[in-house]
Ligand binder design. Structure first.
Ligand SMILES: Nc1ncnc2c1ncn2[C@@H]1O[C@H](COP(=O)(O)OP(=O)(O)OP(=O)(O)O)[C@@H](O)[C@H]1O
Ligand SMILES: [Mg+2]
Length: 275
């Protein structure tokens, strides 16, 4: 289970209202794409889900419990850039979360526990297509490889919720398409709920089961600070993935994904989105 409930959330910085009255229930194992104009509060929203920011008003619940006051291993995150540590190797970056959770102050694992963690890290590095790069440093990797590494780093903690803030925004189109395929596979093979911010409608409709738009309803320049953004569109993509569907290497795993393109065309022709 990994259901997120956002209840009447407001976020203000001083006199500026960034988000107002945002309510959203994200089903366990859903993949939500969050879209909206620059500056409308998408990253702020994600940071609240991560626990880096508190709502000014309202509540956020994960599986019925209020979110802990700080980021935890139940929530993983990948940003557009700089998610990985430049002074650690690929293997070191993937191991880091495990080491911190095992030994909070020393951040080191020993003996059999370390061997198990290294095996798992190597397996994940393979899963994201980075086998052979275990001893390289991030500066020696391409942008796409760094984002694959960031995914592996987040996934080793088996987060209930994966938060992605334009993770593929800086990548070339070809590399993006490859990493989309990887992302779809990882999501199908795990139990995670994913919330992904993106500027790219095509990406939103390719990956997500639901597309949510944040916008200011009243966008007069004089009201910019006085009105926050809220949810203005909420589009379910058919067919949604069912919670509990057997997923690992399931033969029909591309079935729902394959039909998304068709769904996108329908929405475009109904005027819901720009094709
Ligand atoms: N820590 C902060 N202190 C004060 N204001 C902030 C803080 N974080 C964000 N803001 C303000 O909140 C608003 C929303 O910012 P946010 O980064 O969430 O937008 P965004 O939708 O992610 O934009 P983009 O698409 O450009 O990434 C901006 O006006 C920003 O200046
Ligand atoms: Mg942002």
């Amino acid at each position: 289970m990994s259901e997120l409930v956002i209840e009447k959330v407001w976020k203000e910085y001083g006199d500026q209202i960034v988000l107002e009255d945002v309510s959203l229930t994200v089903a366990s194992r859903a993949f939500v794409a969050l879209v909206g104009p620059s500056g409308c509060g998408k990253t702020t929203f994600l940071r609240m889900l991560l626990g880096q920011e508190r709502p000014t008003r309202g509540a956020i619940l994960l599986d019925g419990e209020p979110l802990p006051l700080e980021p935890g291993s139940d929530r993983g995150v990948v940003f557009q850039r700089y998610s990985v540590f430049p002074h650690l190797t690929v293997l070191g970056n993937v191991l880091l979360g495990r080491e911190f959770s095992a030994a909070r102050y020393k951040a080191k694992l020993f003996g059999a526990a370390r061997r198990r963690a290294v095996d798992e890290a190597r397996r994940l590095i393979g899963e994201v297509g980075l086998s052979g790069a275990e001893d390289k440093y991030p500066a020696q990797l391409s942008g796409g490889m760094q984002q694959r590494l960031a995914l592996a780093q987040a996934l080793i903690m088996k987060p209930k919720v994966l938060l992605l803030d334009e993770p593929f925004g800086a990548l070339d189109p070809g590399i993006r398409a490859e990493i989309h395929t990887l992302m779809k596979r990882l999501w199908h093979e795990t139990q995670m709920t994913v919330v992904m911010v993106t500027h790219d409608m095509r990406e939103a409709f390719t990956l997500a089961t639901r597309v949510v738009a944040l916008e200011r309803r009243r966008d007069r320049p004089e009201g910019k600070e006085r009105y926050g953004a809220t949810i203005t569109k909420d589009i379910s993509i058919w067919p949604p993935r069912l919670a509990g569907t057997p997923s690992i290497f399931s033969p029909d795993r591309d079935g729902p994904v394959a039909s998304l393109g068709h769904c996108r065309d329908d929405l475009a022709s109904s005027g819901e989105i720009q094709p």
